[in-house]
Design a protein around this ligand. Structure first.
Ligand SMILES: Cc1cc2nc3c(=O)[nH]c(=O)nc-3n(C[C@H](O)[C@H](O)[C@H](O)COP(=O)(O)O)c2cc1C
Length: 148
């Protein structure tokens, strides 16, 4: 079974609503769907949303992941979907996370500072910034709720 990892950046098309329990309601809906679907397909990963932009990282079996990516790419809740990483993977690293959602914290502000970034603009991420972002989400304990 061939595993792959994929990261992309996109821009939300919806107007952000006030947070509910710390999460933007459109994003909460996306997380609910992801957490329902991903475990059945053996997909894991993380999502970050800020300034109306998304960064999502996914790991899983190639066919299942590309099938999902096709759906995601056509989702009208976002646009300008740009793949940042798409490559083979040895083993899943987001164990126990069907879709981890990192909340904005000082850790994230530190990440921007460390990479000399004025704002969250994942479309402009180079390879190393991308890997740092994935690491940040993987290690983050600032999450809404753990779902396996
Ligand atoms: C930024 C973003 C990330 C998404 N991530 C996932 C995901 O990880 N898993 C998933 O099943 N759907 C995800 N979706 C939703 C899909 O585009 C699609 O609406 C959903 O898979 C359809 O599920 P359903 O057939 O159960 O209704 C995402 C959508 C957006 C806009």
């Amino acid at each position: 079974m061939a595993l792959i990892r994929l990261a992309y950046a996109s821009e939300a098309t919806f107007k952000a609503l006030p947070l509910e329990k710390g999460v933007e309601p459109h994003v909460a809906q996306i997380l609910m769907t992801s957490r329902k679907n991903n475990p059945r397909k053996g997909l894991v990963g993380g999502l970050y949303y800020e300034d109306n932009r998304f960064f999502q990282y996914l790991e899983g079996e190639k066919q299942a992941l590309y099938q999902l990516y096709d759906k995601i790419e056509g989702d009208d809740r976002h646009k300008n979907v740009k793949i940042l990483i798409d490559e083979p993977l040895d083993e899943r690293s987001f164990v126990n996370w069907s879709m981890k959602h990192m909340l904005t914290t000082e850790d994230f502000v530190g990440f921007l500072r460390e990479h000399n970034l004025d704002e969250f603009d994942p479309h402009a991420f180079d390879r190393s910034t991308c890997e740092s972002m994935i690491e940040l989400i993987r290690e983050s304990s600032h999450v809404d709720k753990p779902v396996s």
